[in-house]
Design a binder for this molecule. Sequence first.
Ligand code: ZN
Length: 537
Amino acid sequence: MYNFRLLRQLRLGGITQATATRLTQAPTCRRLLASHHKRRPQLGAVQSDQLQQLKTDYFEHRRELSNEEWQRVRQTLTDSYKYINSSNVDAVILGLCSTAEQLPLAKSYLGYLQAERIEPNAATLGRLLRVYNAAHHTRALSDAEQSEIVHICDAVQGAHETLDASSCEHLIHGLVATNHHWQRALPLLEMMKVTSTPSVAAYSALAAKAFSVAQPELAWRLLEEMLLARKLPKCEVYLAHLAHSAQNASTLVANLEQLLQFLERHDILISDLVAQQLMALAQRMPQQFQVASTRLDRMGKCTACQQHLQHVAISDAQFAELHESFLAKVLIRNDVFQKSTPEEVARFKQYVEQTAPYDCVIDGLNVAYSTGNKKPPQQLAKLLATVVRYFKERRKRVLVLGRQHMRNWSKPVWQYIQSNASVFLTNNLSHDDPFLLYATLRSGQETDFFSRDLMRSHAFLLGGDLKAVFRRWQQEHQYSLVTQTQTGQIIVKEPIRHRLSAHKVNNVWHVPCCDTYMTQPPDSFEVPEKWLCLTIT
Ligand SMILES: [Zn+2]
C-alpha cells in the first residue's frame, strides 16, 4: 500500500525542470536488466529498430505521456521482447527515461502505474532513484524531490528486511542526492558486502558525496577500500574532491597533494574530464598551483617544464623489502609453487644458488610461443635461440627456464641454447612466473627478465605500497618480444626507464591522462600520450 501514498506524493511533487530529453542509450537499459534477471535480454540486438521507434515516438522531448500512451508503450514492450514481462517491464521503461531531464517523464510513468493500481516493485523504484540521482548531478534537487527520495527509500526498506546488492546500489544513489539522509547509505554499502563486493558505482557515489559534504576522511577510507577490491573510482569522485578543495585556498595545496599521492600509489590515470577540471581550478587559483597540458619526448622529458621524469629505478632499501616480501608473501604464504613437487622446487632453488647471478632470466616457453604456439618445434626452438643470442651479443649472462619436453624440439638448436645459457627444465611446471621472478629477484637488483606476462596477480598479492614498488621494478627490468621479422630478426621491447605513473620531482607533479574513465590501471608499460604538468607554488 505504501506505493500509492508514494505515487500520490510523486504526482503532486513539483516538476520544474525544463525538458530537453535525449535518447537513453541501450547499455543503460541492458545494465538495468542484468541487475535484476539472470538471463540477459538483448534489447539492443533484437528488434532494435522497433525500440528506436518507441524511443522516438514516446521518449524524446516529452515531459509526460497520457495513460493511453503509457499503456501502448508497456504493451509494445511485453509483446515484442521475449525477456520483458509484467514483472520487469516497469523497470525497463524507467531505464528508457533515465537521464536527468527525463525525471518528469519517469514520474509521469509512476503516475500511470498509480492510475492502473499497479504496484511498482523494488527494481522499478530503484530505477526511479537513479533518475533522481541523474538529476542531482545537473542541479540541486528541491526539498520536495529530496523528500520523495526519502519516501521511496523508506518504502523499499520498510518492505524488505534485507536488500539485494542491486537494490542497495539504487538506494545509495537515491540517498546521496539528499542533503540530510545520505548517511543512511553507509549501512547499505555494508549490506552489499553480504553478497558481493560493492560496485564501483556504489563506492564512487558515496565517496563523492563524502567529499562534497566535507568529510574527506570518510571519502579516503572508501577509496582505499575500493582499491583493495581492485576497483577504480569514477571521475565524479575526483570532481567532488576538486570542488571541495576549491572552497578553501589555504588547504587547497595539501588536498591536491593528497589526491596526487593517491593517484601515484595506485597507478591511476585521470580522464580528460578530470584533467580539464584541474586546469580550470588552476586558472581560478593561480597563486596556489599552475597546470599545463603536456607530452613527453622520447627520453621522458616534459615538453612544458623541460624536466626529465624520474627514473623508474627503486632504491636499495625498496628492493630489499620487495625481495623479502615477495619470497614471504607471494612464494611461500600463497603457495604458488603448489603445481610443482617440493623436490622440484628444492632442486630449482639449489640450481639458482649455484649458478646465479644472471643478467637476464628468460621464460623459455613464453618466448617460444610468443608468435603463436602452432608453429613447428624447430621454429619455436629457433626463436628462443635468437633471444638467447640477443643477450649473448650484449655479453649478458642468461638463465633460460623451460620444460623437459622442449629438449625434443631441435637437437642442434637446443645445443646452442645450452652452451650459451644456464638452463633449468622442469617436469611439471604449470606456473612459470613464480620461478622466473624468484630467479630474477634472487639474482640481484640489476637482473632483468624476459617474458610477455603482465605479472598482475603477483603485484596484487604484494598489496599496498609494495604493489607500486613491484610495478616499478617490473617496468625497469622486463624485456619482451614484440615480433619476429620475415628474415628471422627479432624486435625486442626494452624497458622504459622513466616513471609512467603520477609523481613529483621538486615542486612539479607529472600526471598521466587518458581519454575516458578506465576500469583498471594499465597492465602493460606504455607511455601515456597525454600528461599534466602541475606546479605547486
Ligand atoms: Zn613538466
